[in-house]
Design a protein around this ligand. Structure first.
Ligand code: PMM
Length: 268
């Protein structure tokens, strides 16, 4: 899943694609680089981010969603916690809603997704991006996140969303410390088993990578993201949400080649 943040303040690319033409060109480039989906978002969710209202979010994303639906070779996902924004994007042809609140932010969200027969990503977070880092208290982070995520998935299915159209996401960096992020990445198969639907994981360029890898520049975070991308697929994730689609695809293709290699050489 390739990321297009149409925001002034997202964590690593805020401001780069606020202009619709730049965002559309970026989305098309991500599709050409091999993304399976393009995820368009109009509200930053970095820790402490100020919320934006639905009108502003719509103003940012609608021209981009409309053009990408018409021109991109892959489906478009809308990254929003607001039912009105999701509905508008689905009405013009977006096929998936990526909701970092897992349905908790807007009581109408799950119904809107169900009515549109769209796909849905239920992510785990506690609180809101403004407050979440004060809520990183768990008895057992893997069990607690798995159980809270399973409850969100169950609500989505109860609301009429097709279980086959659901993905769950442990929410790396959302109400989690660096150590908790690592614990979750190390337990993806257990989380998938607890939740019962395929996992999407978003670790791209997140600050815990700088902490654990001892680096702090964009290139270093991209390198670290390649490691987590390969790790996530090895651990059974269905999808990763990344900024650098071309690099991620190369890393995953190499992983597949290694998987086919024999002592005599490369299998066809
Ligand atoms: N992370 C961000 C935004 N949306 N959606 C999902 N499903 N999972 C994530 O981990 C996630 C997300 C924040 O990252 P960005 O500001 O770099 O896009």
């Amino acid at each position: 899943m390739g990321i297009v943040n149409v925001t002034p303040d997202s964590f690593s690319d805020g401001g780069s694609y606020l202009d619709p033409d730049a965002a559309i060109a970026h989305g098309l480039a991500l599709a050409a680089a091999g993304a399976a989906l393009i995820d368009v978002g109009g509200e930053s969710t970095r820790p402490g981010a100020e919320p934006v209202d639905a009108d502003e979010e719509l103003r940012r994303i609608m021209p981009v969603v409309e053009k990408l639906v018409a021109q991109a070779s892959v489906p478009v996902s809308i990254d929003t916690t607001k039912a009105a924004v999701a509905r508008a994007a689905l009405d013009v042809g977006a096929r998936m809603v990526n909701d970092v609140s897992g349905g908790a932010a807007d009581p109408d969200m799950l119904r809107v997704v169900a009515e549109a027969r769209a796909a849905y990503v239920a992510m785990h977070m506690r609180g809101t991006p403004r407050t979440m880092q004060q809520e990183a208290h768990y008895t057992d982070v893997v069990r607690d996140v798995g159980d809270e995520l399973r409850a969100r998935v169950a609500r989505a299915i109860d609301a009429g969303i097709d279980a086959r159209a659901l993905l769950a996401d442990p929410g790396i960096g959302f109400a989690k410390t660096a150590e908790q992020n690592v614990a979750l990445l190390r337990a993806l198969p257990e989380i998938a088993a607890r939740v019962g639907v395929p996992l999407l994981v978003g670790s791209s360029r997140k600050s815990f990578l700088a902490r654990i890898a001892g680096i702090d520049d964009r290139a270093g975070r991209d390198d670290a993201t390649l490691a987590t991308t390969v790790w996530c697929f090895e651990q059974g994730a269905a999808l990763v949400r990344v900024h650098d689609v071309a690099g991620s695809r190369r890393a995953v293709e190499l992983l597949e080649t290694l998987g086919r290699a024999t002592p005599e050489g490369m299998a066809a």
